[in-house]
Design a protein around this ligand. Structure first.
Ligand SMILES: [Zn+2]
Length: 406
């Protein structure tokens, strides 16, 4: 790693902090990166203010985008037949798919729902929602929410039309907002508080009035474009009457979750593990997204990447553990948890015996913690847990806000 002595000096206080904080659990990890003004606050930095006590219920919100039976699968385009199989899996598992209205009533503490429930959302407004997904959702009787952005409604080409949306509304569709222009906040935020507030008022306010006028009813839900949330959005979204706002951080929603940063599983066309995680409901309690794990002592009985305590120059590192020396590993029980993400869809490679995950949303905390757990064939956990942390070289990893995939 190459950096000037000056840069090293800059990061010395950070490394000292990490060393001091390490043995003292529970300690909240540092949350403001050294270049804080240029980077939106991490969702984990938002204090969770429970308004309604937990009732033990967990809701999994699934986020889809585009569908096709013939186009090459990508993260954002899922095979229509695979989508059908997923809907079948939900039905076969007996998981109720609830309306956004029921979700919102439950979240406010006004309604009881099943203790494991599913909400289906679809972002952007691609025409294939109408041609491919809608017939399946209708057949299964599953309600769904369309997060539409103003500029793409009747946008021609592959965009949904008003008529299509209106027909879907008659058969289970609820409308939520996905902004006016689908712009990411970075460039606007860097122009100062006034410009940024004006931008946010337009994106949150104008999209709401547009959708309400066109499709009727009240629009009280919002999906952040790119999943990017910053603290400046909260007073403005409240002012316009948004009640429930969704990120792209995977995790189950509990009643006590902050309504401004609700987790949601973006179901990727190319990684089936995300759907399995989203509908699994078997993760450890308290490991939901948005909560950084407490800083615990680092123990790495097996080789890991990035190395424990390393200073890495990327916000999108690949995390991996070499488990070739683990005796009697049952790969089906493997689980990786990452601070700020919760459980992530890491993949085990049978050949190399490595268990790895490519970070898919830029790390925004100066320290990233990872924990890998598993059981052996007799169901026994390892004697020494595998958990470590590394640091992000914020200066080297700085990038102007580039469009992030959702
Ligand atoms: Zn989007």
């Amino acid at each position: 790693m190459k950096f000037a002595p000056l840069l090293l000096a800059l990061f010395l206080p950070l490394s000292l902090f990490a060393q001091q904080a390490a043995p003292a659990a529970p300690v909240t990890p540092p949350v403001s990166p050294p270049v804080a003004p240029a980077i939106p606050s991490a969702p984990a930095a938002v204090p969770e203010v429970p308004t309604v006590p937990d009732d033990g219920v967990r809701v999994s919100v699934l986020g889809y985008h585009d569908f096709s039976e013939t186009a090459p699968e990508t993260e954002m385009i899922i095979r229509t037949s695979k989508f059908r199989k997923q809907m079948e899996a939900i039905r076969n598992a007996g998981l109720p798919v609830i309306t956004m209205a029921d979700f919102q009533a439950w979240k406010r503490g006004e309604k009881e729902i099943a203790d494991k429930s599913i909400v289906i959302t679809i972002d952007d407004g691609w025409k294939a929602v109408y041609t491919d997904a809608y017939p399946i959702l209708k057949e299964f009787g599953f309600p769904f929410t369309l997060f539409l952005y103003k500029k793409y409604v009747d946008g021609g080409g592959k965009a949904l039309t008003t008529e299509m949306v209106k027909e879907m509304q008659k058969n289970g569709a609820t409308i939520g907002s996905h902004s006016v222009s689908h712009s990411y906040p970075g460039p606007h935020r860097r122009k100062g508080a006034e410009v940024y507030a004006k931008f946010l008022r337009m994106e949150l306010g104008d999209s709401k009035s547009f959708l309400e006028e066109k499709f009727g009813g009240r629009v009280t839900t919002f999906a952040y474009p790119g999943g990017i949330h910053t603290a400046e959005m909260d007073p403005i979204s409240k002012e316009f009457g948004y009640e429930h706002l969704f990120t792209v951080l995977p995790g189950k929603i509990r009643r006590s979750n902050n309504d401004q940063t609700l987790p949601r599983y973006i179901i990727l066309g190319t990684r089936d593990r995300v759907f399995e995680l989203a509908t699994g409901f078997n993760e450890v309690a308290g490991a939901s997204a948005g909560h950084n794990p407490e800083i615990a002592p680092q123990t790495t009985p097996f080789p890991v990447q990035p190395e424990p305590g390393a200073l890495v120059d990327s916000r999108l590192p690949r995390l991996s553990a070499d488990l070739s020396e683990v005796p009697d590993l049952d790969p089906k029980t493997l689980s990786m948890k990452v601070g700020g993400f919760g459980e992530v869809p890491a993949v085990y490679d049978e050949q190399s015996k490595s268990y790895s995950w490519q970070v898919n949303r830029r790390l925004r905390s100066p320290v990233c913690q990872v924990a890998v757990s598993w059981l052996d064939s007799k169901g026994k956990p390892p004697e020494v847990p595998l958990r470590w942390s590394f640091r992000i070289d914020a200066e080297a990893a700085y990038l102007p806000m580039a469009p992030e995939s959702e």
